[in-house]
Write a protein that binds this ligand. Structure first.
Ligand code: ATP
Ligand code: MG
Length: 429
């Protein structure tokens, strides 16, 4: 019976292992085959004088990255990974890999990101890369666990929509029979409608689509958004929830993924809650101290400004009290000063991770704000209707999964956090 490679210990006597040939070293009388599966590495040692004809023949045929099955005796040795080696009694090539390989899985030869993404199945055989996706899986597990513990309902909303969530030009049009339709840029309107339905606490982890104008290292055209909406809650309540989510993701990864973290060679520390909170006005003052460009009150934060503030803060932080003019129409203005609103961004020192707000739940105020943004309430009829029939006060946020993983693991490019990234130049594989 096949045993996972990590289960082969110096105490194992006989074993059957199946894995990929990670490395071959032929020293003449002696040959070493390093086998790899998702659990680890194992050295197979062939003493040519002692090995059977069939073992020698199969071993000769076993090019790097072929899948092979080996049965044999396990011996303790200090010189091999994990302090043990297998001496093959049988050796079978199950699936031979062609040569040369499009990508060096053993990472002796570095590869450009494009070569890596073109050959993602090979790239993901690298323990470092596989580790990223093991961690991403643990992050999603931590998030869903926390949401279910706190009584949330997991919803799934349509990604084919008739209107833009926020107006905007970031939409991908779709050939949808005789109608005009788009890929959804955010589940915002739908999760709010579920507040009108009385669901109280909902979450959705699903793709969002954005025709971003620029090709950057922190934007994708298809990203994964972790979205929540909570009734009878304000912006402060959902900021606290967001903090709990982020801390629980880091905590879970620290507990469950030490090997993957080690393979990535990063310093990993769980951020401490509560995260500092600064207002938008304070944020632009901080930015103005260290960057040349003028930031006027009411301007959105540029990448340079975000970076300057991030350097100063040095940890996760919230920016609150945004000018109503630069946040979406559904953000709730403060009663005593409607020029600012109950919106917030959660920032990592490197970039924005999440945007959220208490939402407007009053129909007439919402229509006013839609008009103030130069949008037509007519195109939002389906969304506005629930606000006429008992919409509870509510708040929520959207958190970018890839940005969360990217910043957590100090990855240079957001594409590293997606199996099959979609950007301006890439729709395959
Ligand atoms: P940015 O200003 O950084 O482009 P945004 O403010 O347009 O982001 P939101 O509409 O606030 O983004 O979306 C909420 C979250 O979704 C963002 O904070 C981010 O984590 C994630 N997100 C949005 N757009 C993208 C994208 N194109 N690629 C990856 N993640 C994204
Ligand atoms: Mg935002």
């Amino acid at each position: 019976m096949r045993v996972p490679i990590s289960a082969v210990t110096p105490e194992t006597t006989e074993a059957e292992v199946i894995g990929w040939v990670h490395e071959v070293r032929d020293l003449g009388g002696l040959a070493f085959y390093i086998l790899r599966d998702r659990t680890g590495f194992l050295q197979a040692t062939i003493v040519k004088k002692k090995a059977s004809e069939s073992v020698l023949l199969a071993a000769k045929d076993a090019s790097r990255e072929s899948v092979v099955r080996i049965t044999g005796v396990v011996k303790a040795t200090e010189k091999a990974p994990g302090g043990r080696e297998i001496i093959p009694e049988t050796f079978e090539v199950i699936a031979r890999a062609e040569t040369p390989l499009p990508l060096d899985v053993a990472e002796k030869v570095p590869a450009e990101i494009d070569t890596r993404l073109d050959n993602r199945f090979l790239d993901a055989r690298r323990p470092r890369v596989a580790g990223i996706f093991q961690i991403r899986s643990a992050v999603q597990h931590a998030i869903t666990d926390l949401f279910f513990q706190e009584g949330f309902i997991n919803i799934t909303t349509s990604k084919i929509v008739a209107a833009a969530t926020e107006g905007g030009t970031e939409l991908f049009p779709l050939a949808y029979f005789e109608k005009e339709a788009f890929l959804n840029q955010s589940p915002q309107l739908y999760k709010q409608m579920m507040m009108a339905a009385g669901f109280e606490k909902v979450f959705e982890i699903a793709p969002i689509f954005r025709a971003e104008e620029h090709n950057t290292t922190r934007h994708l055209n298809e990203a994964t958004s972790i979205d929540v909406e909570v009734s009878f809650a304000d912006h402060e309540d959902v900021m606290d929830l967001l903090e709990r989510v982020v801390v629980s993701c880091y905590t879970r990864v620290a507990e469950e993924c030490p090997t993957a973290i080690e393979a990535l060679g990063i310093d990993f520390a769980v951020p401490k809650a509560p995260f500092p909170r600064i207002t938008y006005a304070e944020a632009i003052d901080i930015a103005a101290l260290s960057i040349e460009e003028d930031i006027a009150y009411g301007d959105d934060l540029s990448t340079a400004a975000e970076k300057a503030i991030g350097d100063e803060m040095g940890e996760h932080y919230f920016i609150t009290d945004w000018p109503t003019s630069i946040k979406p129409y559904y953000a709730m203005p403060f009663e005593d000063d409607p020029s600012i609103c109950k919106a917030f961004d959660l920032m990592h020192p490197r970039m924005e991770l999440s945007s959220g707000a208490q939402r407007i739940h009053q129909h007439d105020l919402l229509v006013e704000q839609i008009e103030a943004k130069g949008l037509s309430p007519d195109s939002f009829e389906f969304y506005l209707k629930p606000f006429k029939y008992g919409m509870p006060p509510h708040a929520g946020w959207g958190l970018g999964m890839e940005r969360l993983v990217m910043t957590m693991l100090d990855l240079p490019n957001i594409r590293e956090a997606v199996l099959f990234p979609r950007d301006r130049h890439r729709v395959t594989p």
